[in-house]
Design a protein around this ligand. Structure first.
Ligand SMILES: Nc1ncnc2c1ncn2[C@@H]1O[C@H](COP(=O)(O)OP(=O)(O)O)[C@@H](O)[C@H]1O
Ligand SMILES: [Mg+2]
Length: 258
C-alpha cells in the first residue's frame, strides 16, 4: 500500500522517504517582466533529484540559480512547467496550504543567512516551529538540540547579530533543518564566507546530509566544493546539463539532465 504524508491543511503527498525521485522539474520556464524588457532566465529546466543524492548546481552569477531554487521551493511560481515533490505537482497545492508545505517539506538555506539579528540563535532556529504552532518551550528545546548538532550549543543565547559569518550560516542550517524536511535546498550557502569557513560549512552540510538522510541540492560557483557532491549540473542558457553535455553544447536550448 502506498504510504502518504498528510499535512494538517489536508494536502497529502507520497511519503518522500519511499519515492525514488523526491524533487523533479519538467519544462520549467521563468521569464521576468514582459514585452521588450522581458528576460527569459529559465528556458527549459529539467531536473530529477533522487532520494539521498547530494547534487550541485554550478553556474556563474546571474545564470538563474536563485530563480530555479525559489521555484523548486515553491517560493515563486514558474511562467510554465511543473515542479513535483514526491510525485505531487506543487501547483496543485492550494494557496492556504503552501506555507505549511514550505515549512514541512523543504529546508531552504539562503546565501545571506536571513537571521533576525536581535533575536538569539535559539530563537531564530525555533522560529519555523513557532510558525507551525509548536509551543515555545518545545520549540526552544528542539532549537538547542539542532544548535548542538551544528556545534553551536555554546552560542544558543547569543544574539544572531553578534555571531561571526560562519556561525550565522550554521545557525541558518539549524533553522533550515529543525522542521525535519526531506529536501535541503541551499542557495550559495558558502558564497559569503572565507575559504576556511566555506569548507567548514560545506563539510557540516555533507555530514548532516548523511546523518539525516537528506536529499540536497546546492547552488554554488565553487567547483572544488561542487566536485564533492554526487553529481554536478550546469545551469546555462536556462537549461540544466551535465558538465560533459555543457562542454559540448552547441548553444541550442532544450537540454535535459536527470
Ligand atoms: N524579481 C526579478 N525581476 C526581474 N529580474 C530578475 C528578478 N530576479 C532575478 N532577476 C534576473 O534574473 C537573472 C537571474 O537571476 P538569479 O536567479 O538571481 O541568478 P543567480 O542566482 O544565478 O545569480 C538575473 O539577470 C536577474 O537580474
Ligand atoms: Mg543567486
Amino acid at each position: 500500500m502506498t504510504q502518504h504524508t498528510q499535512f494538517a491543511s489536508g494536502v497529502a503527498t507520497e511519503d518522500p522517504r519511499n519515492v525514488a525521485v523526491v524533487l523533479e522539474s519538467r519544462g520549467l520556464q521563468k521569464t521576468y517582466g514582459s514585452g521588450e524588457k522581458s528576460i527569459c532566465v529559465l528556458a527549459d529546466a529539467n531536473l530529477s533529484l533522487r532520494r539521498g543524492e547530494m547534487v550541485a548546481i554550478v553556474a556563474p552569477s546571474g545564470a538563474g540559480k536563485s530563480t530555479l531554487l525559489h521555484l523548486l521551493a515553491a517560493l515563486d511560481t514558474p511562467t510554465s512547467g511543473t515542479v513535483y515533490f514526491a510525485t505531487k505537482a506543487i501547483e496543485s497545492i492550494h494557496d492556504g496550504a503552501l506555507a505549511e508545505f514550505r515549512n514541512r517539506a523543504i529546508g531552504f538555506l539562503w546565501q545571506r543567512h536571513q537571521l533576525l539579528p536581535d533575536f538569539t540563535a535559539a530563537e531564530n532556529v525555533a522560529m519555523p516551529l513557532l510558525v507551525r504552532g509548536e509551543n515555545l518551550a518545545s520549540a526552544l528545546g528542539m532549537a538547542r538540540k539542532w544548535l548542538a548538532e551544528v556545534g553551536l550549543d555554546n552560542r544558543a543565547d547569543h544574539r544572531a547579530g553578534e555571531l561571526s559569518g560562519g556561525e550565522q550560516q550554521r545557525v541558518a542550517i539549524a533553522r533550515a533543518l529543525v522542521t525535519g524536511p526531506s529536501v535541503l535546498l541551499a542557495d550559495e550557502p558558502t558564497g559569503d564566507l572565507d575559504e576556511q569557513n566555506a569548507w567548514a560549512v560545506f563539510e557540516l552540510l555533507e555530514r548532516l546530509h548523511r546523518t539525516h538522510q537528506l536529499t540536497s541540492l546546492i547552488a554554488t560557483h565553487n567547483l572544488a566544493l561542487a566536485s564533492r557532491c554526487d553529481r554536478i549540473l550546469v545551469l546555462e542558457h536556462g537549461v540544466l546539463r551535465t558538465p560533459e553535455a555543457a562542454a559540448t553544447a552547441s548553444g541550442t536550448l532544450g537540454g535535459e539532465a536527470s
